[in-house]
Ligand binder design. Structure first.
Ligand SMILES: Cc1ncc(COP(=O)(O)O)c(C=O)c1O
Length: 408
């Protein structure tokens, strides 16, 4: 056989297997309670709604549903999404501001293709979404890490990094943020810091990529404005590109998302998407258009929020009950994840196998850090496991932590 390694192009050579996907293989072992995945709870997928919707679509729009569609998306979905943005975010968008994507992971790939040349600096939160890091890396991004605090990205640090890049005459590309119930940490960027981020984007002439799959899953508190909206209200400069997905509010199996941006950017993305998949599934788009048009979205999101709130509360209560002194965790107001910090000097990476022996799994926090730091941290998912398993799993995790503390 030919030596494939020699022939493989630069981008796939740069792409390493995602640590999460590798870990997930181990954690599906029978008996293991896994907090490692990031899956929505399948118990609450809207099965009946989808069945009814497909039946109706086939009767009335079968030829559209089973046909190729326009690369930028079907008008049926775009129209509904424009209304959604107005109703839920008070954003005035037009069809030319939108491109439908095969969910957010494709959107991230398109953004990477659009902006990144090898060695271009891209600013990312530490920690940040691993799937974003993986795709930007494949295009050769040089990551500039920005510290994350309990109220979102450290804006003073962000400014120092931008200043430094500017002083080096670096052609920095964009700042990648997951501002709402961040994956992996669960933290949300505060309203005050959002204003600062928008100010910095204007001052340093840098695009902000706002990736927000969890925004609609808020259990408590008030939602700060989307960065896209703030930018419009403050600068009217179109410095923000916002990524939406139906994966967490509806079902990831639809593989459906939307990018909101300036029409010029949308045009460029459309050309890129032509070579990726021609178009996103027409059937998925029509189902999602129904989901929004009929108001089922509003009903369904309440079920999702109530379920995840209960699970988050169960996890936080179990952490409080079982974890020893010195271990801390975030208390997210929404989303699917929380973030645990072990005492400084203790390694969640090293503890992983010991936790597996206790039949519990998590994702090591260092995998989300572009510089490999954060070894004393871990991400826990609460949306997927059943409440009883959450309590038992945290008990097991605490046992692993206590054993390690004693051994130290
Ligand atoms: C921050 C973030 N962005 C993007 C994605 C990709 O999601 P999807 O491609 O299903 O829309 C995820 C998935 O977990 C995520 O957490």
């Amino acid at each position: 056989m030919i030596d494939i390694a020699k022939n493989i192009a630069t981008a796939p050579r740069r792409t390493k297997a995602s640590v999460i996907r590798e870990l997930l293989k181990i954690t599906t072992k029978p008996g293991v309670i896994s907090f490692a995945g990031g899956l929505p709870d399948p118990q609450h997928f809207p099965y009946e709604f989808v069945a009814e919707s497909v039946k109706e679509i086939m009767a009335k729009k079968g030829r559209v549903a089973l046909q190729y569609g326009p690369t930028d998306g079907l008008p049926e979905l775009k129209e509904e999404f424009v209304k959604f943005l107005k109703k839920h975010e008070n954003i005035d968008a037009k069809s030319e501001n939108l491109i439908v994507t095969t969910a957010s992971q494709q959107a991230l790939d398109m953004v990477g293709r659009l902006f990144i040349d090898a060695s271009d600096p891209v600013l990312v939160e530490m920690p940040s979404y691993m799937g974003g890091l993986q795709v930007f890396k494949s295009y050769g991004a040089d990551f500039i890490g920005v510290r994350l605090e309990d109220d979102g990205v450290d804006t003073a640090h962000l400014e120092r990094q931008l200043q430094w890049l500017r002083s080096q005459d670096e052609h920095y590309k964009f700042v990648y943020l997951v501002p709402d119930f961040q994956n992996p940490s669960g933290v949300t960027l505060s309203g005050e810091k959002r204003k600062k981020v928008i100010e910095l984007s204007e001052k340093y002439n840098v695009v902000i990529v706002e990736d927000s799959p969890y925004r609609q899953i808020r259990f408590e508190g008030e939602a700060p404005k989307m960065l896209y909206r703030l930018d419009k209200e403050t600068n009217n400069t179109d410095n923000v590109i916002s990524l939406f997905t139906f994966s967490k509010t509806f079902a990831p199996g639809l593989r459906l998302g939307v990018i909101l941006a300036h029409p010029q950017i949308i045009k460029k993305l459309e050309i890129l998407k032509q070579s990726l998949d021609l178009c996103t599934s027409s059937l998925s788009q029509l189902i999602a258009a129904d989901f929004l048009r009929t108001g089922f979205f509003e009903k369904h999101i309440e079920v999702v929020k109530n379920t995840y709130r209960l699970k988050k509360d169960t996890m936080v209560a179990a952490l409080e009950k079982y974890m020893p002194e010195g271990v801390t965790w975030t208390k997210p107001e929404g989303g699917l994840f929380l973030w645990v910090r072990l005492p400084e000097g203790m390694s969640a990476d090293d503890m992983f196998q010991e936790a597996l022996k206790e039949n519990v799994a998590y994702v090591i926090g260092s995998a989300f850090h572009c510089d490999g730091s954060g070894r004393n941290t871990m991400r826990l998912n609460f949306s997927y496991p059943a409440p009883a398993d959450i309590e038992e799993g945290i008990k097991r995790l605490a046992t692993a932590v206590k054993k390690r503390l004693v051994a130290k």
